[in-house]
Design a protein. Structure first.
Length: 348
């Protein structure tokens, strides 16, 4: 993988920071499973486009989520599925999913080790197409935002970026953008300043921010300049608070697998059926249902509605009464557990 990463130093950084990022063995999914997952994504997108859904979700969100993002849709949405036998189950939607560039690198590494010429050629084409698709996505966000001049600078923004697990990917993004003629910086949000209607990182004026923050609503003091620039349309921010509110707030999954609510929103029956069949049943934890949820806890997974990366999430069969009281006092959803399938290597 060293050649694909461009240097031994980068390869060592990936090995140090992300030792368990890639599986040691391939995992296969069928064409049928792939199409089922694609049908779920299409169904979710169609519901999110409904005015009734947007009014309901944004009406319950923080005011910044109702701010017009200016046309940008959001890059790198991630739909997380568990797969078992012939089943697929959507367990989460993320709006700042990481890993795309590292997967592009893996595709190049597969190219390097292929012994079949036809496979090698196919893999090389798909790797180049993936990288081009990534860059084109950012240009599309710029165009959708109605900017009438060329995109020139991108800031990859996260809190203390050099300390992040996926910092190697930030470096790969920077290299990718620069290969395509863009100036790119990696920045902590506290390093940004809004001056005279322009967002700056030191002496670089920033056109677009690739947002990797988990401060989804830009509430922290360190995000103040970025928040102000977003509200003033001084920068294109992608993904943005509205995208998170519409897709990634885990309460949305409870809505998307509630047949009565979907009917009330005017969701087509065929779309409703796809969602009900393929989203792991989710409900908002309500103290009124505490006794029932506690009795059913062994088949449930409890997640904070604004959580990420598995933080403060609990399998029901592992929780204590103390944790249960914290869940009831917080903002959580309960989701039916779907144990992923096993990949068996060799004989048993």
């Amino acid at each position: 993988m060293t050649t694909a990463l461009g240097s031994s130093a980068m390869a060592e950084l990936v090995e140090e920071r992300c030792p368990y990022l890639f599986s040691a063995r391939p995992v296969f999914i069928s064409d049928e499973q792939t199409e089922r997952m694609a049908s779920v994504v299409r169904a979710v997108e169609s519901v999110v486009a409904l005015p009734a859904y947007r009014d309901r979700v944004l009406g319950e969100a923080l005011p910044i989520a109702r701010h017009d993002p200016g046309g940008a849709k959001g890059v790198f949405f991630g739909y997380d599925f568990h797969v078992r036998d012939n089943e697929v189950g959507l367990i989460e939607i993320n709006t700042n999913a990481g890993g795309a560039m590292l997967n592009a690198v893996m595709a190049k590494a597969h190219h390097a080790c292929c012994i079949d010429t036809a496979q090698a050629a196919t893999t090389a084409i798909s790797s180049r197409a993936l990288e081009k698709g990534i860059v084109d996505m950012f240009y599309a966000e710029w165009r959708l935002s109605g900017r009438d001049r060329p995109l020139q600078t991108i800031a990859i923004v996260d809190a203390a970026p050099e300390e992040q697990y996926l910092y190697p990917e930030f470096l790969l993004f920077k290299q990718l953008f620069e290969r395509h003629g863009l100036r790119a910086v990696i920045a902590d949000p506290a390093e940004l300043q809004l001056r005279d209607g322009v967002l700056w990182h030191h002496d670089t004026a920033i056109d677009l921010v690739y947002n990797r923050l988990t401060d989804f609503m830009l509430e922290l003091p360190a995000s103040a300049a970025l928040r102000a620039a977003y509200l003033e349309h001084a920068v294109v921010l992608t993904p943005h608070p509205q995208a998170h509110a519409l897709y990634a707030d885990k309460r949305n999954l409870a809505l998307l697998c509630d047949a009565k609510l979907l009917d009330a929103l005017g969701v087509a029956p065929s779309t409703r059926d796809v969602l009900l069949a393929n989203i792991q049943h989710t409900e908002v934890v309500d103290v009124a249902h505490a006794d029932r949820l506690w009795s059913e806890r062994r088949r449930l997974f409890f997640k904070p509605t604004d959580g990420y990366g598995g933080r403060a999430a609990y399998r029901g069969d592992k929780i204590t009464k103390r944790v249960w009281n914290e869940i009831l006092a917080g903002s959580y959803v309960a989701q039916a557990i779907m144990v992923p399938g096993d990949r068996v290597i060799g004989s048993r």
